[in-house]
Write a protein that binds this ligand. Structure first.
Ligand code: 21W
Length: 292
């Protein structure tokens, strides 16, 4: 189970090679038990490649009712996480670990997480992750302790716990030995910056839906070309902005040009534009007409 009172696995993190220590500062440690006790993260912890310790910030509050929130100076709605309990917890952690590595504050105002940042974090031997709550933390925590401020996207959640789990999961799978040999080799083929091609497994026909013929005929070059084309088309459809950053071969450009020509023949780009407009402005057909 978790080790909430910072019992160190070792006093010298360097002994461990690819071992990563992650300390999570949270008001809700119980939220983490499911995800970190399941599947790949559980195995990584059992294999001693990863240790995740949960630190309940409330344990470091020094006021009577162990509260950690307070009203904001200057007034306004909502509460602020005070600096004291967080600094106290960080001081204790620094003593136990012999230092502190990157200190990541999960915050809706952070930099949106991407795989490059995950790679960077996974090369560290020690991460501290602070989960925000209420309106956020006292600015002095950000000014003095925080080294990285990370969001997981432009939508509003109730706290930083789920984002912290997302970050831990993304970091964990990049620690050497956490994923199997095959899966980690596959990671390399994704780093070509495109979305995935469709996958199929048995049966060959399911509810009348057939597996594409090309995947059954054993022509490896044809299969490679089909998959590449599917990756390019999927990327064009869902994430066209990725194509600008992806290393494309002449062969890829031919495929994309043909796809755009085909779409124009169908009049589709215009249709997509109209749908986008209707989504943004509301469908004129469904709106009650304003008399004036
Ligand atoms: C939501 C905290 C809203 C603070 C402007 C001024 C961590 C998160 C979170 C939360 C507010 C992440 C306001 C994506 C997220 C997180 C809780 C501030 C009022 N607006 N990534 N004051 N989305 N969310 N709201 O919500 O802590 S990483």
């Amino acid at each position: 189970m978790f080790n909430s009172n910072f019992e160190p696995r070792t006093s010298n993190l360097e002994l461990w090679g690819d071992f990563v220590q992650i300390d999570v500062f949270t008001l809700f440690p119980e939220m983490f038990s499911g995800p970190f006790d399941t599947s790949i993260i559980k195995k990584a912890r059992e294999k001693r490649l990863l240790s995740v310790d949960l630190i309940n910030i409330r344990d470091f509050s020094r006021n009577k009712h162990h509260t950690v929130d307070d009203t904001p100076y200057g007034g306004g709605a909502g509460m602020v996480m005070g600096a004291d309990a967080i600094f106290e917890a960080a001081d204790r952690l620094r003593d136990r670990r012999g230092g502190i590595g990157r200190f990541v504050y999960m915050s809706p105002a952070g930099v949106p997480l991407h795989q490059g940042m995950v790679r960077d974090f996974s090369s560290e031997s020690h991460l501290v992750i602070l989960c925000g709550h209420y309106e956020g933390v006292d600015q002095r925590v950000r000014d003095r302790l925080v080294t990285d401020e990370v969001s997981i996207g432009d939508y509003v959640l109730t706290g930083g716990e789920l984002p912290a789990m997302v970050l831990v999961d993304a970091v964990a799978r990049l620690i050497p030995g956490v994923l199997g040999e095959a899966a980690s080799a596959e990671e390399d083929s994704f780093s070509d910056g495109l979305l995935e091609y469709p996958h199929y497994t048995r049966p060959r026909v399911y509810r009348g839906m057939e597996v594409p013929e090309v995947l059954l005929n054993g022509h490896h070059e044809q299969i490679r070309l089909w998959r590449r084309r599917q990756s390019l088309l999927q990327t064009l459809a869902s994430r066209p902005e990725l194509l600008a950053g992806a290393p494309l071969a002449d062969e890829d450009r031919v495929i994309l040009k043909q796809a755009v020509i085909d779409l124009e023949k169908l009049g589709l780009p215009e249709e997509i534009g109209k749908k986008q407009k209707r989504r943004k402005e509301g469908n004129p057909e469904s709106r009650i007409q304003n008399p004036e």
